[in-house]
Ligand binder design. Structure first.
Ligand code: DP6
Length: 331
């Protein structure tokens, strides 16, 4: 292996929200999902990561949000190993990563985190990957990261092999001005990680039913996005979220991701619609809620949701772009 001198590189990447969820893996090592998925990148829920490979280090030195003993550190080292193998270097790396939103609460911080790491580490190692290559590499660290490599509205294609399982942008960020009011009802770490949850995906009776209809659902949702048909889009996204949670609730062991505040928000969103404010919810494996709405309703939706007793705060995300290199290094 060649030892090379490398430079310090910093990337900012945004998280995403899946409209049609990735759930279950047909290959755990390669992280090939059981089904395709669709999402929107979230400008405003960002991770910044700086990477530098150095001859001076005798092991990887990783700090995530000020912590060096976090569980994610092992995953980061494994991903650096993939980058080292690709770049044919033996150097250890210093990595510092910061989010501007709560991690491990169902807001896909691993998606933005590993997308930023993929770009920063490959560039720092002297590689220049195409978007498709970056998506394939990011996928192996975290499924969501495979989508967060792209911008705008994103589809993760349901490939059977590693080279065919990657994401692409189906519409750019400026195609449709949607808003995601992210409703924070808690900042504590969720009890069950998505990675663990994926393992029990098939354990309930309803999973096979979901799988039979999922390609059709993706096809329909793409059509609604193309037509900017917010009502049909929102109804389908909300139905998918509830269907996804019925899979979680009926898994063995069951996964009850919701907190009381989660249910309060879900009911409030349905109530908003009865007053003519179009908004629809979706939830990942955490308890915080994504509420999708149109710019004209955003302020009222936020005001109403922030007034709920169990809501701590809301964050606002617009449709985001793909990761960008920035000059403000974290060390
Ligand atoms: C429910 O990407 O977090 O948010 O691949 O093990 O890192 P790993 O899992 P992860 O799973 C995300 C699951 C989901 C749905 C989605 O974002 O598509």
């Amino acid at each position: 292996m060649i030892k090379r001198t490398t430079t310090k590189v910093t990337y900012r990447a945004s998280s995403d929200i899946a409209f049609i969820k990735y759930w279950g893996k047909k290959n755990k090592t390669l992280r090939l999902p059981e089904n395709g998925s669709l999402s929107m990148i979230l400008n405003g829920l960002d991770t910044v990561t700086t990477v530098e490979f150095s001859q001076k280090l005798s092991k990887d030195d990783i700090t995530i949000e000020g912590e060096s003993d976090a569980k994610e550190v092992i995953r980061v080292v494994r991903h650096l190993d993939r980058v080292r193998a690709l770049a044919k270097i033996e150097l250890f790396a210093k990595v510092v990563s910061e989010n501007n939103f709560p991690k491990a609460t169902g807001l896909s911080s691993s998606g933005s985190g590993f997308a930023a790491l993929t770009y920063a580490a490959t560039r720092a190692a002297g590689l220049k990957l195409s978007e498709k290559e970056a998506s394939i590499l990011a996928r192996q660290s975290s499924g969501t990261a495979c989508r967060c490599i792209c911008g705008g509205f994103v589809e993760w294609l349901d490939g059977e092999t590693s080279p065919t399982s990657y994401s692409e942008s189906i519409f750019p960020a400026n195609y449709w001005d949607l808003r995601d009011v992210v409703v924070v009802v808690g900042e504590q770490k969720k009890k069950i990680s998505s990675t663990r949850g994926h393992k029990s995906a098939r354990s309930g009776k309803f999973y096979s039913v979901r799988q039979q209809h999922i390609s059709e659902k993706i096809r329909r949702l793409k059509k609604f996005i193309k037509k900017k048909d917010f009502t049909n889009f929102g109804e389908l996204v909300e139905t998918e979220a509830l269907e996804f949670h019925s899979i979680l609730l009926t898994s063995q062991p069951p996964i009850i991701a919701w907190h009381p505040g989660t249910v309060e928000v879900m009911l409030a969103v349905q109530e908003l619609r009865s007053h003519g404010l179009e908004a629809y919810f979706t939830i990942n494996t955490g308890f915080n809620v994504h509420v999708l709405t149109l710019p004209k309703h955003e302020q009222q939706v936020r005001k109403k949701l922030e007034s709920l007793p169990l809501v701590q705060k809301t964050l606002l995300a617009k449709v985001g772009e793909k990761p960008v290199e920035i000059k403000n290094h974290l060390f």
